[in-house]
Design a protein around this ligand. Structure first.
Ligand code: NAI
Ligand code: MG
Length: 498
């Protein structure tokens, strides 16, 4: 028996054959319609569980529960107590981390070598928000009115939050919405992605176990067009925190207009990763490779436009191709696997369509380039690390977000030119620079229009460092001090004392 077979045959404790329910007002309930949908393992095509298909009716119930909780005793829960709840959740997530990471692997395909590694970040985020819960404060501000007035600010929770998350990091993105909601004293209705709803549901069990009061955290699984749309247009929701595609982001802004709810959006990208000839190439090759291949390219900030200085272009691109070919693609349950499947058949279609377009438009696939169908891989949605050489800025694969393990490698000649071309996109989420020249690094870091610039690294993330987009990659920041402000209102208080 292989390691994969052993792991797959050991039944995951959360997959007990029962249909998964919605969490509304602290109770696990079926969808009002009684309907369910299947959650699928993308490595094998097998059904993992039936999941309640919540719709507008369930969203309505969940929002009512969240409102009731917000206006009830939760409003009076002190920051210290919210801190203790977050610390308790962090402890439980830490204790059950192996189970949670396996569930992410089963439900969305990312290899355990990746999902296990996310522990420090997931638990660290919860502890970071816990720390922040007792650090929320207004200011007293000197004013210049004639007479005597004291002016100060209060920071208050914005109210009921609708969290809508994608499938590419179910545990992490759930925590990025729920953590700040609890820290600030908001309540939340979370709508997981239909492709990967299981980890958010298991996390919700742990949140209840930690003693979070009913209605503070609700989870409604279901489709975007029904449950997601109902949440983003609901008049009882004060803020939507969304991560996903820019197209859905645009729908959410429109849907939010009815009650002018606050919106924060963490959307996609077509991030430039710039390699100068003077870089440490031994580090830049795997660095630029994993900037795209990690999570099979299903990362919003992936460095998919790889700009390489012309004098090293051929050699460097060849080396990245070799690096990609050396990565082990397979079922994520195998601890040796580095690249798992894409999340769904739909995503496989999207990505293979882009592979075809790339070839039609004249790019050369020097690694990968087509779906893998050998042996057991045929049942899953596997695309190998792919490197397109000979790409120009006008090609579709250099402009559109592919969300697969696909690098579009483009040559450049000088620094001003590459800054201009790097910025010639509607997106602005991530970006990378590889050079040993500190002046060049500073110049590029200052000039790129992107929420994150990574120098001689890629995808470095920390709970204390803000993450988010410029331009069509969205607005609002997650992580860092700014994150809580997204969940807080500022009230100015004036007192005439003279
Ligand atoms: P999506 O943006 O449609 O889905 C993300 C979440 O939004 C899911 O929970 C979905 O149910 C929900 N949703 C969908 N339509 C909605 C609506 N009208 N109102 C409210 N919520 C809605 O992304 P999808 O379709 O799963 O993937 C398509 C492409 O989007 C990917 O190929 C990729 O390019 C991009 N994407 C970017 C992500 C990121 O992290 N920035 C994450 C997921 C996808
Ligand atoms: Mg969708």
């Amino acid at each position: 028996m292989t390691a994969i077979e052993r792991a797959a045959s050991a039944r995951h404790p959360f997959l007990d054959g029962k249909a998964k329910k919605l969490l509304i007002d602290g109770k696990w309930t079926e969808a009002a319609s009684g309907k369910t949908f299947n959650s699928i393992n993308p490595a094998t095509g097998e059904v993992l569980a039936k999941v309640a298909e919540g719709d507008a009716v369930d969203i309505d119930r969940a929002v009512a529960a969240a409102r009731h909780a917000f206006e009830g005793p939760w409003r009076k829960v002190k920051p210290y107590e919210r801190q203790q709840l977050l610390l308790k959740i962090a402890d439980l997530v830490e204790k059950h981390f192996e189970e949670l990471s396996l569930l992410d692997t089963l439900d969305m395909g990312a290899p355990v070598s990746r999902t296990r590694n996310n522990k420090r970040r997931a638990v660290g985020m919860l502890r970071y928000y816990a720390g922040m819960a007792t650090s929320i404060h207004g200011e007293t501000i000197e004013n210049s009115l004639p007479g005597e007035f004291v002016s100060y600010t209060l920071k208050e929770p914005v109210g009921v939050v609708g969290g809508i998350i994608p499938w590419n990091g179910p545990l992490g993105t759930s925590i990025w919405k729920i953590g700040p909601a609890i820290a600030t004293g908001c309540t939340i209705v979370l709508k997981p992605a239909e492709e990967a709803p299981l980890t958010p549901l298991r996390l919700a069990e742990l949140i209840m176990e930690a003693g979070v009061p009913p209605g503070v955290v609700n989870v409604v699984t279901g489709y975007g067009e029904t449950a997601g749309a109902a949440l983003s247009s609901h008049p009882g929701v004060d803020k939507v925190a969304f991560t996903g595609s820019h197209v859905t982001g645009q729908s959410i802004i429109k849907a939010s207009a009815g009650n002018l709810k606050r919106v924060s959006l963490e959307l996609g990208g077509k991030s430039p990763d710039i390699v100068f000839a003077d870089a440490n190439l031994d580090e830049a090759v795997p660095g630029a490779g994993m900037a795209v291949f990690a999570n099979s390219g299903q990362i919003c900030s992936a460095g998919t436009r790889l700009f390489v200085e012309r004098k090293i272009y051929d050699e460097f691109v060849e080396r990245v191709g070799q690096f990609g070919k050396g990565l082990k693609v397979g079922n994520g349950l195998d601890p040796e696997t580095q690249i798992g499947p894409l999340v769904s058949e739909e995503q496989l279609q999207r990505v293979t369509n882009y592979l075809n377009i790339g070839k039609q438009e004249g790019a050369r696939a020097i690694a990968g380039g087509a779906r893998l169908t050998e042996g057991a891989l045929a049942k899953g949605y596997f695309v190998p690390p792919t490197v397109f050489a000979g790409v120009s800025d006008e090609m579709t694969i250099a402009k559109e977000e592919i969300f697969g393990p696909v690098i579009s490698a483009i040559p450049f000649d000088d620094i001003d030119e590459v800054i201009q071309r790097g910025n010639a996109t509607n997106f602005g989420l991530g970006s990378g620079v590889w050079t040993k020249d500190v002046s060049k690094a500073h110049k590029v870091a200052k000039s790129l229009q992107a929420g994150s610039v990574w120098v001689n690294c890629y995808q470095a993330m920390d709970p204390a460092v803000p993450f988010g987009g410029y331009k069509m990659s969205g607005y609002g920041r997650e992580g860092g001090l700014q994150h809580l402000d997204e969940y807080l209102n500022v009230k100015a208080v004036w007192i005439k004392t003279g």
